[in-house]
Design a protein around this ligand. Structure first.
Ligand code: DAH
Length: 344
């Protein structure tokens, strides 16, 4: 009988050890320790053994029972632990490729605007903003653009269907120049500001016009500001933006709010001034308008034109971006075609 118990022990331990899942483990438990299990039967049969064998066999069988149940429990713990890990492995298979999140970029116009702003901030200009819904006074009148000026034409300006206030009809600003007036009204010189923002004109939508566009305005007012400073500042800007090799040219122009007024052109970035299709054979690309602030503008904001001088400039962000990236159709900026936008 002792041998039989030893055999059972050996066999059971081996089987338990080799079991890989709960179900087979449970059937092993039933096989050895269940109500009709092998060990149970032996314990029940003790009474039929010769009297002198009973105590030692009984003790051994009981020890084996305890040993087997703790061994079963140990194996069950191991199997459970392994199951948890394998569930984890299913959720976090480190060999699977990760989800691809597409990376977004700023719109090319935003990038160019930020670049312009950074160049001028580096020269001491502060960023200002003004409303896109303006009145005739700020958009025209205070900028020395009288009532009969062609710029006020209904064809150019979006007027709003609102009752006018004491500053005239409401409209969508046609340029960022009204920010000059708003800043000068609330600040005394010296001031040196740039104002980026959206503008609107009742223009056709074609390769070079858009009813919506954006500008950056600049204004510098102090005692003794000269046209030479204007030229120097804008030359630095042009070279920072388009490269050191770029040449600048100032030609006389007309704007109501500056006197004298000028237009700044740069040597063509494509043909370096030789003449090509982009510059229409001229070798120059018009970049922006500028000039010395008209005394009539200073009077509107209560600055003494005898004491202060200043310069102003205004540029289209689309135009700068088109020259910089050689884009020949302004509409590309607004169509949100990913094939275009992804290039920036
Ligand atoms: N406001 C002008 C326009 O939209 C651009 C401009 C020209 C702004 C000369 C200025 C300036 O400040 O001095 O065409």
């Amino acid at each position: 009988m002792k041998e039989r118990l030893n055999e059972i022990e050996k066999e059971a331990l081996k089987e338990i050890e080799e079991t890989q899942d709960r179900k087979s483990l449970e059937s092993l438990r039933i096989r050895y320790l269940g109500r009709k299990g092998l060990l149970t039967q032996i314990l029940r049969g003790l009474k039929d053994l010769p009297e002198e064998e009973r105590p030692s066999i009984g003790q051994k069988a009981n020890q084996l029972k305890t040993r087997l149940s703790s061994f079963l429990q140990k194996r069950l713990d191991e199997i459970q632990k392994r199951e948890e890990v394998s569930v984890g492995e299913e959720l976090f298979d480190v060999t699977l490729p990760g989800k691809q999140f597409p990376v977004g970029y700023k719109h090319p116009l935003t990038q160019v605007e930020e670049e312009i702003v950074e160049i001028f901030r580096g020269m001491g200009f502060q960023v200002e903003e003004g409303p896109e819904i303006e009145t005739e006074y700020y958009n025209f009148e205070a900028l020395n653009t009288p009532k009969d000026h062609p710029a006020r034409d209904l064809q150019d300006t979006f007027y709003l269907d609102l009752p006018p206030d004491e500053k005239g009809e409401y409209l969508l600003r046609t340029h960022t120049s009204p920010v000059q007036i708003r800043v000068m009204e609330r600040q005394k010189p010296p001031l040196r500001i740039i104002a980026p923002g959206s503008c609107y004109r009742a223009d056709a939508f074609d390769a070079s016009h858009s009813p919506y566009f954006s500008q950056v305005e600049g204004l510098y007012v102090d005692e003794g500001v000269t046209f030479g400073e204007l030229k120097g500042t804008l030359e630095v800007f042009a070279q920072e933006m388009f490269g050191r090799g770029v040449k600048v040219r100032f030609t006389p122009h007309y704007f109501p709010f500056t006197e004298p007024s000028a237009e700044l052109a740069i040597s063509c970035v494509i043909c370096q001034g030789q003449g090509c299709r982009t510059c229409g054979g001229a070798g120059w690309l018009e970049l922006l308008g500028c000039g010395m602030v008209h005394p009539a503008v200073f009077e509107k904001v209560g600055y003494d034109p005898e004491k202060y001088t200043g310069y102003a400039f205004g540029m289209g962000i689309e135009r700068i971006a088109m020259i910089k990236y050689r884009i020949n159709d302004i509409r590309l900026f607004y169509e949100n075609d990913m094939r275009f936008l992804e290039q920036f």
